[in-house]
Design a protein around this ligand. Structure first.
Ligand SMILES: Nc1ncnc2c1ncn2[C@@H]1O[C@H](COP(=O)(O)OP(=O)(O)O)[C@@H](O)[C@H]1O
Ligand SMILES: [Mg+2]
Length: 240
């Protein structure tokens, strides 16, 4: 579904991504793990068209066609199915929960479908439904993460990009979020690319995993392979 080849991305004068190669197949959960500053967020921002590619390419292949990410606008990438739940959730705190979810539907003319998608989210996370008219800024961090994922789902992703879904959340809430992601993948077949500093969590969930170090992919394998790799353990799992 996604193929990234020799991708180089600069931010200012910094060469952040230095020729990364990876692929995500339809129906799978892939993860990109790595330390703070490795280039994980940069990768996702590039895939959603928010940062220019300096060389190499990223290509999205869906049932509707094939898209060159570098030559497609961010809005057209959403239309093509790449939907990004960004780092730090980016919820609009003064808008209501319902209004935040409606923002996910900014490209959709099908009101009935959008209403159904929002109802599904309220059913899965009743706390969001009960407080639908309240400002989203009143929600806890975990609830805001549910809202951020909900908003992304309203946009009907084919490839859902998630940036640090566990960041700042209590372990129990994180588990609930990750259970939900697994369920989405299993029941609705949503393909995902999850970026995480919490390597243990991400590897347990992922079918396929890539380790990013200073803008380069240094290891890849199935989630289980990397979980059992002594080098990965030492670098990313040994703490805590
Ligand atoms: N807004 C920015 N302007 C310039 N350089 C940046 C910016 N954001 C990040 N960088 C650089 O890109 C590197 C990778 O950042 P990022 O992709 O956010 O890493 P990660 O998400 O893995 O923590 C950072 O180490 C920093 O040098
Ligand atoms: Mg980041």
């Amino acid at each position: 579904m996604l193929r990234v080849e020799e991708l180089h991305v600069n931010r200012g004068r910094t060469k952040v991504l230095q020729g990364i190669n990876f692929a995500v197949e339809a129906g799978e959960i892939a993860t990109l793990i790595g330390a703070n500053g490795a280039g994980k967020t940069t990768t996702l921002m590039t895939l959603s068209g928010l940062l220019p590619i300096s060389s190499g390419q990223a290509r999205l292949q869906t049932s509707d066609g094939s898209y060159d990410v570098g030559a497609t606008s961010p809005v057209d990438l959403v239309r093509a199915g790449i939907v990004h739940a960004p780092e730090g959730r980016q919820i609009f705190g003064r808008l209501s929960i319902e209004e935040n979810l409606q923002l996910g539907a900014f490209l959709s003319n099908d009101k009935a479908r959008v209403a159904r998608a929002i109802t599904d989210i309220y059913e899965r996370f009743p706390i969001l439904g009960e407080r639908r008219a309240m400002p989203a800024g009143n929600l806890s961090g975990g609830e805001q993460m549910m809202l951020a994922i909900g908003r992304a789902l309203v946009a009907e992703p084919k490839l859902l990009l998630l940036d640090e879904p566990s960041l700042g959340l209590a372990p129990q809430i994180t588990e609930e979020i990750f259970d939900f992601l697994e369920e989405l993948n299993r029941e609705q077949g949503v393909t995902m690319l999850i970026v995480e500093q919490n390597a243990m969590l991400a590897l347990e969930l992922a079918d396929r995993a890539f380790v990013l170090e200073n803008g380069r992919i240094v290891l890849e394998g199935s989630g289980d392979e990397l979980l059992n790799d002594p080098a990965v353990f030492e670098a990313y799992l040994g703490v805590g």
